[in-house]
Design a protein around this ligand. Sequence first.
Ligand SMILES: Nc1ncnc2c1ncn2[C@@H]1O[C@H](COP(=O)(O)OP(=O)(O)O)[C@@H](O)[C@H]1O
Ligand SMILES: [Mg+2]
Length: 231
Amino acid sequence: MEPLLRVDDIQTYLGESHILQGVSLEAQAGEVVALLGRNGAGKTTTLRSIMRITPPRGGKVMFDGQDLAGLKTHAVARAGIAFVQEQRAIFPSLTVEENLIIAQRGEGWTMERVFDEFPRVAARRRNGGAQLSGGEQQMLAIARALVANPRLILLDEPSEGLAPIIVEQILELLLKLKATGLTMVLVEQSFALAMALADRAVVLGKGRVRWSGAAQELRAADDIRHAWLGV
Ligand SMILES: Nc1ncnc2c1ncn2[C@@H]1O[C@H](COP(=O)(O)OP(=O)(O)O)[C@@H](O)[C@H]1O
Ligand SMILES: [Mg+2]
């Protein structure tokens, strides 16, 4: 079956630096794919390349049979890919509700459904984005991606900088989303979180794919984990 997302041999430069030197990965509809690797491996650049924030200079990204070449980032989003960035990028001067209303698009996830599923976000609905804790901001960032009703969500280190109890809540939330059949590409530093969610894993090192396979096989692949993940 043709995957929902197919990244084929992309080459991405930042300035003069050749950062991604032939990265390929696939996500079937309904699958969670973990994108792993040490700091600086090229994980964020891969997500930014898919979104065409840093458009690849070579290779191809296909989404739902459509070549994304030539699209602007907003058009990639409209095609059905949501990006939860590392910096969360919620609007600090808008309320939680306003942050969601401006992102709302399509059918399925509405603001009220999000509030039902994310009680911590609901409790803050009239608060400004800047008043939220780090964990609440992360949940809002995920909620905001959802109300755009994407077919694919790219998540960049959703657990970063959060206390273990909050990370646990984020994991529960992502497991719920996975159960709805949502396709995800998850960049994570937490090996445990990635393993709890992912069906498949792709390990990046120095801008290249070093390993890919079933997530459960990565647990046993000690040499790969030691060499490229340090776990
Ligand atoms: N603006 C830039 N110009 C040149 N190199 C950069 C720039 N930003 C990041 N890099 C380099 O690109 C590589 C990949 O970065 P990144 O995709 O952010 O890695 P990861 O998300 O896996 O930690 C790193 O080696 C980093 O130093
Ligand atoms: Mg990164």
